[in-house]
Design a protein around this ligand. Structure first.
Ligand code: FAD
Ligand code: UDP
Length: 379
């Protein structure tokens, strides 16, 4: 058997956005050999999509909608996929109606049987908003803008289900992801680029990893190959606390159980995502055909049930977790030849485009820290 130790310049743990973008950059720009491993049996990380048994394109880890304001990130990914335009719209099931979320003019007029104008709605919110001296928590964000009643209808229950915490226990950044509007814009995002990869995410990942300098080993845990010592460096996109054997204790990550169901009907709901802030054990139902534009006589939907145990999906933004993360970050910074990138490794509630941006920035740091090696002799 060839001595594997000498074969790879880089070992990348995790084949999601963070790991795959770095593998692509290293192979393309540095001409170095990369071994990328994932403990799952597929590439793409949480953005993985697949055709299910019925032939419907679905996302195994819940809905992934691409949106960004960064031209450079959009241009970079456009080398690996064509796109289909898609603007995301979400409804919330509240008081027996499916209402636009983010809360907008139509949400309020329909919920209360009013016919306010945008200007009147601004005053209507102001009359209900609770003064908050310093906006610190996810409760503060919402009650200071729209008041307690709307907070309870749209945010409190959903957040308690999703995080197992009250919004008052979560950093303001969590509910601040969802704006409040006084016009009729019912799009979930307002970013300049709102698109979906037209052949799906997994197809895009195959192209990211297509270089002959990249070897992907799936179903492989870092623990199985940690004896391999890459010549140039290790890129870690798994949990940062796991890398350090949970030395300071576990960082909390919130998990989900996905219940995927295929129905013998062409459509289930009017938009891709319906949120359930006031009832049900699940938080939302996603119907993929709205995202993918696929035509099919059947449809596949996913119910999301938040859980404390399971795969790590969300870092939990709150001050004590940030403090614990900072201790791990200090260890990470003091660990030579290991680069920590991505949502789990930097404990950041990042969207896909932000992870791509972070990976590209990490590549620039690698370039300035380490001149590329001479071409690797083939074994
Ligand atoms: P991941 O995709 O988590 O990849 C890390 C990989 O590392 C995993 O595949 C894991 O198996 C592997 N790994 C970890 N440890 C080890 C180990 N020890 N050995 C081997 N392999 C290991 N973003 C958006 O922009 N839009 C959305 O609509 C959106 N929706 C989302 C919905 C849900 C339910 C979730 C959970 C996330 C969503 N995101 C969305 C965020 C998006 O998933 C992430 O930003 C992105 O996928 C993070 O990429 P990553 O490479 O950092 O991590
Ligand atoms: N949220 C809520 N009600 C909603 C939608 C969102 O309370 O109808 C809160 C909830 O805490 C959620 C956060 O806002 O976790 C961020 O929402 P987003 O849709 O960005 O969540 P993600 O898609 O990342 O799960």
């Amino acid at each position: 058997m060839a001595d594997e130790r000498a074969t790879y310049d880089w070992l990348i743990v995790g084949a999601g956005f963070a790991g795959s973008v770095l593998a692509e950059r290293i192979a393309a720009e540095r001409g170095e050999r990369v071994l990328i491993v994932d403990r799952r049996d597929h590439i793409g990380g949480n953005a993985y999509d697949q055709y299910d048994a019925a032939g419907v394109l679905m996302h195994r880890y819940g809905p992934h909608i691409f949106h960004t304001n960064a031209q450079a990130i959009f241009d970079y990914l456009s080398r690996f996929t064509a796109w289909r335009p898609y603007e995301h719209r979400v409804r919330a099931q509240v008081d027996g109606q499916l209402l636009p979320i983010p809360i907008n003019l139509d949400t309020i007029n329909r919920l209360y049987g009013l016919s306010l104008t945008s200007e009147e709605l601004e005053a209507w919110f102001a009359a209900r908003a609770e003064p908050v001296e310093e906006i610190r928590t996810s409760e503060d964000v919402v009650v200071s803008r729209v008041g307690r009643e709307l907070y309870e209808k749209f945010f409190r229950g959903y957040t308690r289900k999703q995080w197992g915490l009250d919004p008052s226990e979560l950093d303001r950044a969590v509910t601040a992801r969802v704006p409040t509007r006084t016009d009729r814009d019912d799009r979930y995002f307002t970013d300049q680029f709102q698109v979906m990869p037209d052949a799906g995410y997994t197809a895009m990942f195959h192209r990211l990893l297509a270089s002959p300098l990249i070897e992907a080993r799936l179903g492989t845990d870092f623990a199985d190959i940690r004896h391999l010592k890459p010549r140039r460096g290790l890129i870690w996109t798994g949990q940062v606390d796991e890398f350090f054997d949970f030395r300071f204790g576990r960082l909390p990550y919130r998990s989900l159980r996905f219940d995927h169901v295929t129905l013998d009907q062409p459509q289930f709901q009017p938009v891709a995502v319906v949120n359930y802030p006031m009832s049900e054990a699940y938080t939302r139902i996603t119907e993929y055909k709205h995202l993918t534009g696929q035509e099919h006589s059947k449809t596949t939907v996913t119910y999301e049930y938040p859980t404390a145990e399971g795969d790590p999906y969300y870092p939990v933004p709150r001050p004590e977790n940030e403090a614990l993360y900072k201790r791990y970050e200090a260890l990470a910074l003091a660990t030579p030849d290991v680069w920590f990138v991505g949502r789990l490794a930097t404990y950041r509630y990042y969207n896909m485009d932000q992870v791509v941006g972070q990976a590209l920035a990490t590549f620039r740091r690698i370039q300035s820290a380490l001149p590329a090696a001479e071409a690797t002799p083939a074994k």
